[in-house]
Write a protein that binds this ligand. Structure first.
Ligand code: AMP
Length: 381
């Protein structure tokens, strides 16, 4: 993009999707004087609550998608399951960034892993399954335990099961539905790199983030990760190559397993701001959300400097089990920031908000974030 074709404050940015990522993006965009329209099938959404306009229509309603795109200067998205025809219909009237092809590759586990493998990136060993014979062969070749995952969608541990040597799987094969059998990685750590690429090819990242999952869902992220500098620079270089290979304009997160041998295997890509990068909202000069805005609008990328070590703890619906959490108790932690996404229905496993703690060290920040989360949970009387 030429410098003079940048999309400047005052313009309107369209967001496909309406969850918390869109909400934080909209907050960053409105702060910089942009208008935000969001498009999704739902009403009173986390993004819609802070956007200028909330358009409620099905992603398959391509006329509604075209109308939406006519009303904005650029379209981005906040979740990758936007169907490819939706992105294509939007692209008839406004630039879509990252491009629909990035969505297409990353919204399907099988396509994503195949793309990575073909481009020379190390991924968890996997096999595509089309029938029971493929499954039996994969179990024999990759061994146990393994992970059975849906090929076509899935996130946050959804659509996957751990398979032991004695696990009997009885299922119905649907024609055209593909599965993956993946070797189980006895990893030492899970880490991620959230990175951005500008319209001019410039690159920025927030360093290596240390992640802990619970039941397949991110629980705690710590930055900076306490890892050998060589591992950190390797992870960052891999992230840079992934963004370049996919020709991303925007933000993309690379999730890795760090094995006991010190190898980095890519587990998953997310072509948008990521839960593990939420701390950047409070702890970095430029957040991942502002960076997405800058990238898709063709502005120069901002500094990703970390102002203070930080930790982010998710607040899932489970936290509401014994009643409305004690917000005052959490706010009593003066260096902890409370983020809530405006969702009404606190179902177990649903991401409702998060806490970000800032401290003099990453360990101290992690301790604070967990303490604050513990303090807000009501106990049964
Ligand atoms: P995913 O939705 O594929 O990112 O998986 C969610 C979480 O499940 C990961 O962050 C890991 O904690 C765990 N997991 C997924 N795949 C594997 C694997 N092949 N080996 C070990 N743990 C895994």
């Amino acid at each position: 993009m030429r410098k003079d074709s940048a999309i400047l404050p005052g313009a309107t940015v369209g967001v496909l999707g309406s969850g918390q990522l869109g909400r934080m993006f909209a907050i960053a965009a409105r702060r910089m004087g942009y208008r935000v329209h969001t498009f999704s099938p739902d009403n009173d959404t986390p993004t819609g609550q802070v956007a200028d306009r909330e358009i409620v229509a099905s992603y398959d309603d391509l006329d509604a998608v075209r109308d939406f795109a006519r009303g904005v200067n650029v379209v981005t998205f906040e979740f990758e399951d936007v169907p490819a025809p939706t992105a294509a219909a939007a692209a008839e009237f406004a630039p879509v960034r990252p491009d629909g092809s990035v969505l297409h590759t990353t919204q399907n586990r099988l396509r994503e892993k195949t793309f990575l493998r073909e481009h020379g990136f190390a991924v968890t060993p996997f096999r595509e399954l089309r029938n029971v014979d493929d499954f039996n062969t994969a179990r024999r070749e990759l061994g146990h335990p393994g992970m059975l995952k849906t090929g076509d969608f899935g996130y946050d541990g959804k659509g996957q099961a751990r398979i032991e040597a004695d696990t009997l799987v009885r299922w119905k094969w649907y024609p055209g539905v593909r599965w993956i059998y993946e070797a189980f990685v006895d990893f030492e750590r899970e880490i991620s790199v959230v990175a951005a690429r500008g319209a001019d090819g410039s690159f920025a990242h927030w360093g290596v983030i240390d992640n802990t999952h619970r039941n397949g869902i991110l629980d705690l992220s710590i930055a900076p990760a306490n890892l050998a500098p060589q591992i950190q620079s390797r992870a960052i270089e891999i992230a840079r190559s992934v963004l370049e290979s996919l020709n991303v304009i925007g933000v993309l997160c690379v999730e890795f397993f760090l094995t006991n041998k010190g190898d980095l295997l890519i587990n998953e890509l997310a072509p948008r701001p990521h839960n593990s990068g939420h701390f950047t909202f409070d702890a970095s000069v430029t957040s991942q959300f502002e960076q997405q805005l800058r990238a898709v609008c063709g502005l120069p990328l901002g500094s990703t400097e970390l102002l203070r070590p930080a930790a982010m703890a998710n607040l899932l619906g489970d936290v509401w089990e014994h009643g409305e959490p004690d917000w005052q108790a959490a706010c009593a932690f003066a260096n902890v920031k409370l983020h809530l996404y405006g969702k009404q229905d606190a179902r177990p496993g649903r991401k409702m908000g998060h806490l970000t703690a800032l401290a003099d060290s990453a360990d101290e920040a992690a301790r604070l974030a967990l303490q604050a989360r513990d303090a807000l949970i009501r106990r049964p009387s």
